[in-house]
Design a protein around this ligand. Structure first.
Ligand SMILES: C[S@@+](CC[C@H](N)C(=O)[O-])C[C@H]1O[C@@H](n2cnc3c(N)ncnc32)[C@H](O)[C@@H]1O
Length: 329
């Protein structure tokens, strides 16, 4: 920018030289004076060029400072990369933990939680960094499709089950969702979410066939990102706490054996009329390091917590609540 200004100054001074040369042609008598003017003006040009040089030097110096400070940023990024995890280490840790988890049945709940407690301490978040683990972002995007308007995003009550360290909650916040609770049985995993202040409420519980201390139809949406394989027996309980007309978004590893068990359960509950499958699709690059694909399942809950279908009444109340909310804000 300043170079442009100085170039313009140059042009102005050079124009002065031209004008003064014209005066030399007009009158011999004025030659001496005019030459003097030319000399003076040349001197001015020289002085001004010197100023330009000096100021260019200043610009160069300041560019050097910018370069040096960018170098600092580059160096600090390099440090982050070095502290981060290379893909081989990621793959090794993932293979070890997956093999441990696969040896457990979903009913081995305490062992599963202990495994995650340990994993939280040995770099869960480094393995599943947002540049390679796309499942939380994809899960959040589905909610955005369901709630495209800001007002609905503010009002929607979301429970992120198997919340882990809060990756899905973070993606939901990025998209503007405001009302998000996290349910997670592993204290070490949820401690990281608490540190980042991701959720409004932290529910240290596990999903199973045991009734939770959450009232019927309380949530508009439940998300289960990369965790539903741990609680297929708890699906009716999830349906109980989601209002009729509300949704459950499940995104799981496509190749997991226990996810097949999960799919069987989803089908069974659809046959019973508890919910309906709205969408089921393959998600490429669920976890890009191992080219792992995922399966996304969007369910709409049809009954209330008691297996009834009071859809119309509850939906009407819900709309009233949302309207009231919109007036207050
Ligand atoms: C692979 S992590 C996924 C965490 C998080 N959703 C994410 O995307 O990073 C699976 C999580 O499910 C939790 N989990 C295991 N059994 C559970 C259960 N019965 N109910 C709820 N969460 C459970 C684990 O403790 C763990 O944090």
């Amino acid at each position: 920018m300043s170079k442009k200004v100085f170039d313009q100054m140059d042009d102005t001074k050079n124009k002065e030289v031209d004008d003064s040369n014209k005066e030399v042609d007009d009158s011999d008598k004025e030659v001496d004076d005019s030459n003097k003017e030319v000399d003076d003006s040349d001197k001015e040009v020289d002085d001004s060029n010197k100023e330009v040089d000096d100021s260019n030097k200043e610009v160069d110096d300041s560019n050097k400072e910018v370069d040096d400070s960018n170098k600092d940023v580059d160096d600090s990024n390099r440090e982050v990369e070095t502290e981060g995890m290379d893909n081989k280490t990621r793959t090794d840790i993932l293979a070890e933990m997956t093999s441990k988890l696969s040896s457990l049945k979903y009913t081995d709940r305490n062992d599963i939680v202990q495994t995650y407690n340990k994993w939280a301490e040995t770099g869960y978040e480094q393995v599943f960094s947002s540049d390679v683990f796309n499942a939380p972002k994809r899960t959040a995007e589905v909610l955005e499709e369901l709630y495209p308007f800001e007002i609905d995003k503010k009002g929607a009550k979301i429970l992120d089950v198997g919340a882990g360290t809060g990756l899905c909650g973070i993606e939901l916040r990025k998209l503007g969702f405001k009302n998000i609770d996290g349910l997670e049985p592993s204290k070490n995993m949820i401690a990281e979410a608490m540190e980042k202040d991701v959720y409004d409420r932290y529910i240290i519980e596990m999903i199973s066939d045991v009734k939770l201390g959450i009232q019927d139809n309380f949530y508009d949406v439940v998300t289960a990102c990369s965790c539903a394989r741990h609680f297929p027996d708890g699906f009716p309980e999830i349906a109980r706490i989601v209002r009729p007309g509300g949704h459950i978004v499940i995104l799981s590893n496509l190749d997991d054996q226990e996810d097949k068990e999960m799919e069987t359960m989803i089908q069974k509950l659809e046959d019973q009329g508890l919910w309906k499958v709205v969408r089921m699709e393959i998600v490429e690059e669920f976890f890009s390091v191992t080219n792992q694909r995922g399966i996304l399942i969007l369910l709409e809950v049809l009954t209330d917590g008691n297996g009834n279908y009071p859809e119309k009444e509850i939906l009407t109340n819900r709309t009233k609540v949302l309207r009231k909310y919109s007036v207050c804000t």
